[in-house]
Write a protein that binds this ligand. Structure first.
Ligand SMILES: NC(=O)c1ccc[n+]([C@@H]2O[C@H](COP(=O)([O-])OP(=O)(O)OC[C@H]3O[C@@H](n4cnc5c(N)ncnc54)[C@H](OP(=O)(O)O)[C@@H]3O)[C@@H](O)[C@H]2O)c1
Length: 340
């Protein structure tokens, strides 16, 4: 089968498609013929050698896919050959086939297209956990979403809007601002041309917001803290602006300086909460994952929400997909078409 085995860290050009042996499932495992891959920002970090959860080189990149079960190991009782599934994993999905434990394969959403199924699990689980499990969103809350036109961002905007919140978002181009308007956002700020802190104050009559989803770090985090209302909650789910590589003591010092931090006394003065989440820690908790998944699916179905698929590439063009995401010009989810 064909796969992208990462043999060295670096630019998108290190992504090379090659022939590798087709894997066979062991007991309790299933093999999935991949039809679509969902691209995630963490895979850019993995490719660069900046993702703490990545295995040692060489390994096949890729954290998310939609496909069809094509082989079963012994003692598999919950999945059948031919069944369509969604896979969330730490690595291995940039391939024509992948082996996962049967419990790692989630049922697809029948009303979604293959692309929407590949765009769903990671972004919507992250947005759901951040907003509902961590920030305990209420329909009366005002919410600020950073990188709002991206994969996690569009998911968070849709979920919070359909829940009844007043939603604001930041993005880096006018095309992305237009996309956010199409999602009925209450206020979208192009942070390259406007200072988002000032704009949010204007939009909220000087008040600020109740909940913030923060995925950038550095100044974005510092300004965001100043926008939190009393009893507000900020959830940190990413560090897109930060170079997490330990090049030398000076660069590591800069990274440490820009790393989001919380001071209990400051939190007490304004009575706000600082929280952080990472799906990787939640995935092994089967009970929690199942509960969250069921609640998310029920909400999506009730509100007829579909994932925003922004770009589709062929399997041979995976490096181009990485270039696009890294250029910060992508919107919604980038999906790779592997097979029909
Ligand atoms: N905690 C978790 O479990 C979890 C799970 C999934 C994703 N995440 C995090 O959520 C964030 C979004 O992930 P995604 O896969 O949906 O990607 P994405 O939002 O589709 O793409 C990344 C976007 O981040 C924005 N960005 C803002 N400042 C940036 C900077 N300095 N450098 C690079 N990008 C910057 C860019 O949009 P604008 O310029 O328009 O803002 C860019 O398009 C990432 O930080 C990711 O690590 C966390």
């Amino acid at each position: 089968m064909k796969a992208y085995t990462l043999t060295k860290h670096g630019k998108p050009s290190v992504l090379k498609i090659a022939e590798v042996p087709e894997p066979e499932p062991n007991a309790g495992e299933i093999r999935i013929k991949i039809k679509r891959i969902g691209i995630n920002y963490a895979e850019i970090l993995s490719r660069k050698g900046m993702y703490g959860w990545a295995p040692k080189l060489p390994y096949i990149l890729g954290m998310e896919a939609f496909g069809e079960v094509d082989a079963l190991g012994e003692n598999v009782s919950h999945r059948q050959i031919g069944e369509h599934v969604i896979v969330g994993t730490q690595f291995g999905s940039y391939a024509e086939k992948i082996i996962v434990k049967e419990r790692q394969a989630l049922p697809v959403i029948e009303s979604f297209s293959p692309e929407e199924n590949a765009a769903y699990a990671v972004n919507y689980l992250t947005a759901w956990v951040s907003l509902f499990e961590m920030a305990r969103l209420r329909s009366t809350d005002s919410v600020l979403i950073h990188a709002a036109a991206g994969g996690v961002g569009t998911a968070a905007v849709q979920l919070a809007k359909h829940f009844g919140c007043t939603v604001f978002g930041t993005a880096g181009s006018n095309e992305k601002i237009k996309l956010l308007s199409d999602l009925n956002i209450d206020g979208a700020i192009n942070y390259r041309t406007q200072d988002f802190e000032n704009e949010i104050k204007k939009l909220t009559n000087g008040k600020g917001v109740d909940v913030i989803l923060e995925v950038v770090g550095g100044d974005v985090y510092k300004k965001s803290l100043r926008l939190l209302n009393p009893l507000g909650r900020i959830v940190i789910a990413g560090f897109a602006s930060m170079n997490l590589q330990k090049w030398n003591p000076l660069s590591w010092l800069r990274t440490w300086r820009d790393m989001p931090k919380a001071t209990i006394m400051k939190m007490a003065e304004k009575s706000y909460g600082v929280m952080a989440t990472h799906l990787g820690y939640l995935l092994p908790d089967e009970k929690q994952l199942q509960k969250t998944w069921n609640e998310l699916n029920t909400f999506m179905e009730k509100n007829n929400i579909k994932p925003v698929v922004g770009h589709i590439f062929n399997f041979e063009e995976l490096a181009k997909a990485h270039e696009l995401m890294e250029s910060r010009k992508s919107h919604g989810k980038i999906v790779i078409n592997v097979s029909s």
